[in-house]
Design a protein around this ligand. Structure first.
Ligand SMILES: Cc1cc2nc3c(=O)[nH]c(=O)nc-3n(C[C@H](O)[C@H](O)[C@H](O)COP(=O)(O)O)c2cc1C
Length: 186
């Protein structure tokens, strides 16, 4: 068993170990305007209904767009889109029309008016089902009402933020530990 030598670590930096879920692009639409933001802070909250908690900073243009339209799409990009993903997260829809500026194609959703991003591996159409934590925590509780996922590859090369401008690109998948699971936890 590996033994680690440890040191005190600033609590404000621990996010770096917990953060690396895939970075996603949140697309929204309100009053004829569409927008995209980059998001790393999301949290799975329930299987069924399929609930996801998302932190959207109140200074972001997307904050009011998602709050007012009560819907958005969580798009999952792969490594090929990494440059756009960072650039989208470093400008605001107040100043930039992001679909055009980043050459991304909006596609009509089935259950929401917010556009899907065609170039992403997966698109999750979401409805805002609980606004009660927005004011205090900027936490949007979304229900995924429709999912569109590429047929292949089964394990896409998603990008995962490590903080400080560093990304991890998803790597090998193993079934080595699968037999240890209780079936209901699979
Ligand atoms: C890798 C990365 C991850 C980010 N994660 C979040 C996040 O979880 N929540 C958030 O509010 N902003 C996050 N941002 C910042 C927003 O994407 C950024 O403020 C964006 O410009 C907002 O665009 P908007 O004003 O058009 O909504 C992230 C940016 C990057 C580059």
């Amino acid at each position: 068993m590996k033994r680690y030598v440890k040191k005190d670590f600033p609590v404000s930096e621990v996010r770096r170990f917990l953060e690396p879920g895939p970075i996603v692009l949140v697309s929204s639409q309100w009053k004829g305007e569409s927008n995209i933001m980059t998001m790393g802070w999301h949290l799975i909250m329930e299987f069924e209904p399929s609930l996801i908690g998302c932190y959207i900073w109140n200074a972001n243009h997307s904050f009011s767009m998602v709050r007012q339209s009560k819907e958005c799409v969580i798009n999952i990009p792969t490594v090929e889109l990494a440059t756009q993903v960072v650039r989208i997260g470093n400008c605001s829809g107040r100043d930039v029309s992001k679909f055009e500026a980043f050459k991304l194609s909006p596609i009509k959703g089935e259950k929401v008016d917010a556009p899907l991003i065609k170039e992403c591996y997966a698109n999750l159409e979401c409805k805002l089902i609980d606004s009660s934590l927005i004011k205090k925590y900027s936490l949007f509780i979304l229900e995924v009402v429709k999912a569109h996922v590429a047929i292949s590859p089964k394990f896409p090369k998603t990008i995962h933020y490590r903080g400080d401008g560093l990304f991890m690109i998803s790597g090998p998948t193993t079934s080595k530990y699968r037999k240890l699971f209780k079936p209901e936890n699979l």
